[in-house]
Design a protein around this ligand. Structure first.
Ligand code: HEC
Ligand code: HEC
Length: 388
């Protein structure tokens, strides 16, 4: 769906698209609980069963992005903010969508050996209503749109292309050198967070090498906290944002949380992905080299884009796999600044775009190699209700 066309309700809804509830959330323990499955968590799920809640929400994002419908085009709009029960109600469009899920499953099973070759997007192409039937002469004879750099697929190493190691070396050099990058062990950032259709909020980010990361957004409705402790990831958010107070990440969303933690440190670049292949593309008419691989958890595919000239990491594109298709997430890194006394360049403007939202983080300060209390990376508690 197009960002500009979304009603504000979606801004709040997006938050649930990011994670999954664990049964452990109430006990306050960090041990990973069995993920809660969609049919256990929700009241009226008959097709998208047997998947963790975060993946279920990713499928909703996938459907919305493929059909250009908002959540409340298919679901009844909640009368009270935070009333999730209305999502269980039937609507005609929801019934059609469910029939479509079964249809797509059978197309793939009967024609493609069960491989996920056809998805909602294959026919719907992010256009509302019935897919087009007749070819357009405008499309055929008009100027084709520029290729989307996110869509490059590298199936083999381009001949003569540098190795992933060489690209990572150049990046480390560009940020101040491998030695200085390796000496960076913790960072505390402060800045502002701009979510889609919500007021700007102060944000704090705590990162500890090699792979711990906590971001706290102080929204008007209460704190929204995302944490990756090195093994597990969670999000705690105000009740209006999502159906469960604490949601734990699984599969693709867990890979993603880990990736963001690892990439907070330039030295983490070598831990970002496995099986790298190198190709090229361009972003905003600037040449980029692309390193494509598999996230370390193995659940998602990743592409890293480096500015060909400066060597800096400018974009990350990753995909969370769902039952019905891959959900893309793009992270853009801009505004690299020298951080003293570490002598390392870090991106101060980070924009994350996913199927149903966008977050824009503008950092203002970074303190490096400061002590961070280990408890900052514990499973976050449900936020206190907002003060009136
Ligand atoms: C094109 C229609 C469509 C759109 C758009 C859509 N959904 Fe759904 N939604 C469905 C269908 C169909 C089901 C039932 C799936 C099943 O039975 O397995 C469902 C089920 C749900 C449920 C489970 C409710 C319950 O208790 O049974 C939730 C929660 C939900 N959707 C949230 C969302 C959110 C949030 C969005 C926006 C990001 C969204 N949906 C967008 C079609 C849609
Ligand atoms: C093979 C092509 C094809 C695929 C794949 C496909 N659809 Fe459809 N879809 C159609 C056609 C054709 C219609 C119009 C006919 C109809 O409404 O029965 C339609 C209609 C719809 C509508 C009703 C639109 C409206 O407002 O009237 C929804 C919602 C929908 N599809 C959702 C989905 C979802 C969700 C998926 C993926 C799970 C999907 N479709 C996959 C062909 C497809």
């Amino acid at each position: 769906m197009r960002l500009g066309s979304k009603p504000p309700v979606l801004g709040a809804m997006t938050m649930i698209a990011l994670g999954l509830l664990t049964l452990a959330s109430a006990s306050g323990q960090t041990a990973p609980a069995k993920p809660l499955l969609s049919e256990q968590a929700f009241q009226n799920v008959t097709v998208l069963k047997g998947i963790p809640v975060d993946e279920f929400m990713d499928t909703m994002g996938f459907i919305a992005a493929s059909t250009n419908y908002n959540c409340t085009d298919c679901h009844v709009e909640p009368k009270v903010e935070g009333d999730w029960s209305v999502y269980a109600l039937e609507t005609p469009r929801k019934a059609t969508a469910r029939r479509m899920i079964l249809m797509v499953e059978s197309i793939n099973r009967n024609n493609f050996g069960g491989a996920r070759v056809v998805t909602c997007y294959t026919c719907h192409r992010n256009l509302q209503g019935a897919p087009k039937i007749t070819p357009s002469l405008r499309d055929q004879y008009g100027t084709p749109p520029d290729p989307d750099p996110n869509e490059v697929e590298i199936t083999r190493q381009a001949p003569g292309a540098p190795s992933a190691d060489q690209i990572f070396d150049k990046y480390l050099q560009a940020v101040g050198g491998a030695e200085k990058a390796a000496a960076l062990t913790s960072i505390v950032f402060q800045g502002t967070y701009q979510g889609y259709a919500e007021p700007q909020a102060p944000v704090e980010i705590y990162v500890k090498a090699p792979n711990q990361h906590t971001m706290i957004v102080h929204t008007d409705g209460g704190d929204r906290t995302t944490t990756y402790d090195g093994n597990h990831g969670w999000m705690a958010a105000p009740a209006a944002d999502k159906p469960f107070p604490v949601i734990a990440y699984s599969n693709g969303d867990l890979d993603a949380a880990r990736l963001d933690a690892v990439l907070s440190f330039p030295a983490g670049i070598r831990q970002a992905l496995t099986k790298p292949l190198v190709g090229s593309s361009s972003i905003d008419e600037k040449d980029v080299v692309v390193v494509q691989g598999t996230a370390n958890g193995g659940h998602s595919s990743i592409k890293l884009y480096f500015d060909k000239q400066s060597g800096l990491l400018v974009r990350q594109v990753r995909y969370a796999d769902t039952m019905i298709g891959r959900v893309p997430i793009e992270v853009d890194y801009r505004d690299y600044r020298d951080v003293a006394p570490a002598g390392v360049k870090l991106p101060f403007h980070v924009v994350t775009t996913w199927t149903d939202g966008r977050s824009d983080v503008q950092l203002s300060s970074a303190q490096t190699n400061v002590a961070i209390d280990a408890s900052k990376f514990n499973q976050p508690s449900p936020p206190a209700p907002p003060k009136q």
